[in-house]
Design a protein around this ligand. Structure first.
Ligand SMILES: O=P(O)(O)OC[C@H]1O[C@@H](O)[C@H](O)[C@@H](O)[C@@H]1O
Length: 291
């Protein structure tokens, strides 16, 4: 594994000023024979991924804000240690704390197939936002597909509940034509109807605001849009489908009229699938995305 202070030749350090003309965040650009990726050290958030000869996988909002402590709209933010509103204290930030904090690049590895893996670490000491201490390792695999391996360790002395999701924004031609296959027959909670329960019959389509949490979801989905996208997961039992639709999007500063260019199909463990980790326990999950 290459030490983080001697970057491998395929990694370039840059910042959001140089890449997006919006200074504020440190970025890594990875360029290999198989792909190009841009990753923010804040949140270990992959912002762009394009496999050689393929269409870009991810959507990064043209209106994204690049400021320390502000989540970047697009790519693959990791929401953790809680997903969505904090149920015990709704005044706390939505989607936890790791997406808006700096991570450490702990190393990188090259695989025989030409793919590379960047290893990111984050340690939380335990504070008023989240009492238990924990450690996360996120391994980001960059090859013909984009792959994530998450290891979360509860380093606190008490058992703790964690909910989380890799909140992927996929680039689509037009949300109105998108169909997500692989969730038919699965029970979901509909956030647009007070988390009422329902069961999806057929494809998930997006004819307005969609905000659904599928529990006990299957391990594979296909997102039908020009250049379809495949998602495969292991150990992720919750899938969230989200697009705000035109009306709500105008109230979200970093989305606005751009809402039709993305669909969020998020993978993790939340609600009934949240992780209960004993003191010292580590849990693992993985996700592979390709187009
Ligand atoms: O604006 P945020 O905090 O990134 O959240 C975006 C969306 O994330 C989704 O996962 C939630 O289900 C939505 O309810 C939420 O609006």
């Amino acid at each position: 594994m290459a030490a983080h202070d001697h970057l491998a030749s395929y990694i370039t350090r840059t910042d959001s000023g140089a890449l997006y003309d919006k200074p504020g965040l440190d970025l890594l650009v990875v360029q290999t024979g198989l792909c190009r990726a841009v990753i923010a050290l804040q949140g270990a958030q992959v912002l762009e991924f394009t496999a050689q000869g393929r269409a870009p996988l991810l959507w990064l909002s043209p209106a994204a804000v690049f400021e320390a402590g502000t989540p970047v709209r697009g790519g693959v933010p990791l929401c953790l240690p809680w997903f969505g509103e904090n149920t015990r204290d709704p005044a706390k930030p939505k989607h936890g704390l790791v997406r808006s904090q700096q991570w450490e690049l702990a190393g990188s590895e090259e695989r025989a197939d030409g793919s590379v893996v960047l290893v990111f670490r984050f340690r939380h000491a335990g504070d008023a936002l989240f009492a238990s201490s924990f450690e996360c390792e996120l391994r980001v695999g960059l090859g013909t597909a984009l792959a994530f391996d998450l290891a979360l360790t509860n380093t606190a002395e008490v058992a703790t509940e964690y909910s989380w999701a890799l909140h992927t924004y996929f680039a689509v031609e037009d949300i109105a034509g998108v169909e997500v296959e692989g969730l038919s027959g699965v029970s979901y909670r509909d956030k647009t109807r007070g988390f009422a329960r329902d069961v999806l019959d057929g494809m998930q389509v997006f004819t307005g605001e969609v905000d659904r949490v599928f529990e006990q979801a299957p391990a594979q989905q296909t997102i039908h849009t020009p250049n379809p996208i495949t998602t495969r997961s292991a150990g992720c039992h919750t899938v969230i489908t989200w697009n705000p639709g035109a009306e709500l999007a105008v109230t979200i500063g970093d989305i606005g009229a751009h809402f039709s260019g993305f669909v969020c199909v998020e993978h993790g463990n939340a609600f009934a699938n949240s992780w209960q980790l004993a003191a010292g326990e580590t849990a693992h999950a993985s996700l592979t995305l390709s187009r």
